[in-house]
Design a protein around this ligand. Structure first.
Ligand SMILES: [Fe+2]
Ligand SMILES: [Fe+2]
Length: 231
């Protein structure tokens, strides 16, 4: 593998168990998936050789499906049934926990007030974002794949794709803000159960969003553009 030409998004796509190792090194393979493996490793402070060695020995943790060869309809169903369902449930729990923890611990741990603010922004972004995918982009792509000529109000699929990618970048930025505000989800000694649960649920949501955005940015969107170009 030429680590100067292979992108980190391609690596995550082609080697499903790469994702666990990329998460460990905090290498962004979704929003910044276009960087070369060499460049991403340099930024993360790991050599490409070391990263690839680790990937080779890590057990498979993903669902193991090769999304580059399945239909886009199957991929969309998978994204909705797993990632969108998970995100909606996680957002509900996290909203309750963030309210509670900010109210109880805000005075002694001001960082939870900042967490509350970022969580509110994240929920306000993600809800409408997923709705647009489910109501506009995915049905259009499904119709194209079925060989229909669907009407649309956006010209080319490149426009909603560009919009979705801008929104993904914003979500990526909020996830980074959360890491900064929580000092990488480090709990204070006096953290109660709700505090602990809030940080755990946020860290889980972050991991899931990385996989979710990776599937959209690096697999779904390029294939949707290609599909539209060839109908
Ligand atoms: Fe999505
Ligand atoms: Fe998305």
């Amino acid at each position: 593998m030429d680590t100067n030409t292979k992108s980190i998004g391609e690596l995550a796509l082609e080697v499903p168990h790469a994702i666990a190792v990329l998460e460990k090194w905090r290498i962004d393979y979704c929003c910044h998936g276009q960087r070369s493996v060499a460049e991403a490793c340099k930024d993360a402070g790991v050599t490409a050789e070391e990263l690839l060695r680790e990937i080779g020995t890590t057990p498979v943790t993903d669902d193991g499906r090769d999304w580059s060869s399945e239909s886009l309809i199957a991929l969309q169903d998978y994204i909705i049934d797993t990632h969108h369902v998970f995100t909606r449930q996680a957002m509900e729990t996290i909203t309750v926990l963030a309210d509670k923890v900010a109210m109880r611990h805000g005075p002694s741990h001001p960082e939870v007030n900042r967490v509350h603010e970022i969580v509110t922004a994240l929920v306000n972004d993600l809800g409408p974002h997923m709705m647009k995918e489910e109501m506009v982009l995915f049905p259009y792509v499904a119709a194209l794949e079925r060989g229909e000529q669907p009407a649309n109000c956006f010209g080319t699929v490149r426009n909603p794709v560009r919009m979705m990618m801008i929104e993904h970048d914003a979500v990526g930025g909020l996830l980074r803000d959360l890491r900064e505000a929580t000092n990488d989800y480090r709990l204070p000694d006096d953290a109660c159960l709700s505090f602990r649960a809030l940080y755990e649920r946020l860290a889980e949501l972050e991991q899931d969003l990385h996989k979710h955005i990776h599937l959209e940015n690096n697999v779904h969107f390029p294939r949707a553009v290609e599909l539209e170009d060839h109908v």
